[in-house]
Design a protein around this ligand. Structure first.
Ligand code: 6PG
Length: 233
């Protein structure tokens, strides 16, 4: 049974203030405990105001490594690149922003390359921060031929390549993504979503758990820790 703790907000700004504060505390706790922090942050639109607020936090950023939970197989110069938005927000803080994409067109090889890069980092993550798509994907764990690999990758297989099927109409490109194993081994798993539709989708996925038809439900079904969910109208 997935244990979800919900925090509701009247608007995105209120959620951004609260979530930036929570993530700042998670980073500070990791720095106090281990002298460094490793966090994974989502792409998309919802996190952007949170990035901006979090980047203002007074932290020892040079000891913080930030990776995308997933990225699109596009050049870093492409504004669809997740690590591009993360770098714009966090490089000025002195944090290390760690891209997981490479200029390999073959998405399976790109997944292997991402995994090799991530093996240079000291997992587990201190934070796996996720968004949820309107189709129930999270990170770039989508429905399609790569879903089982993303869900059943063994510990240590941090990333894989993904060709979403069906391909999202807004960003129709192959991806690399953290696996369920990499996400759920995080010390904290935090989700941010906006709007009634996604709240209902997520509530349903949590209720259905392993039998969920949605990737987010299948990912969370194996969670052993409570999931922090922040939702704004
Ligand atoms: C991506 C994201 C993706 C995102 C959801 C929600 O690369 O698109 O990592 O998983 O979190 O699609 O996106 P919004 O926050 O824009 O709704």
């Amino acid at each position: 049974m997935i244990e979800a703790e919900w925090w509701d907000y009247d608007d995105a700004d209120e959620m951004a203030d609260a979530v930036a504060g929570d993530i700042g505390f998670i980073i500070e706790s990791a720095l106090d405990a281990r002298g460094e922090a490793l966090i994974a942050v989502p792409g998309g639109r919802t996190p952007l105001p949170i990035y901006q607020r979090l980047a203002k936090a007074k932290l020892n950023w040079k000891k913080v490594t930030i990776i995308p939970t997933d990225d699109r197989l596009v050049p870093l110069s492409d504004d669809r690149s997740n690590v591009r938005a993360i770098a714009q927000a966090f490089l000025p803080t002195g944090a290390r922003v760690f891209p997981i994409t490479s200029d390999i067109d073959d998405y399976k090889l790109a997944g292997n390359s991402a995994n090799a890069k991530l093996n240079e980092l000291k997992f587990p993550l201190d934070l796996a921060w996720l968004g949820v798509g309107g189709d129930g994907h999270t990170a770039s764990i989508f429905d399609g031929p790569d879903l089982d690999e993303a869900l059943n990758a063994p510990k240590g297989r941090h990333a894989i390549g993904v060709m979403p099927d069906p391909m999202p109409s807004d960003v129709p490109v192959a991806r690399v993504t953290l696996t369920r194993s990499a996400i759920l081994s995080a010390r904290t798993v935090l989700i941010t979503v906006t709007g009634d539709a996604k709240k209902a989708l997520l509530e349903g996925a949590i209720a259905d758990g392993q039998s969920s038809k949605l990737p987010i439900g299948r990912v969370l079904a194996e969670a052993e820790q409570p999931i922090d969910i922040h939702w704004s109208a």
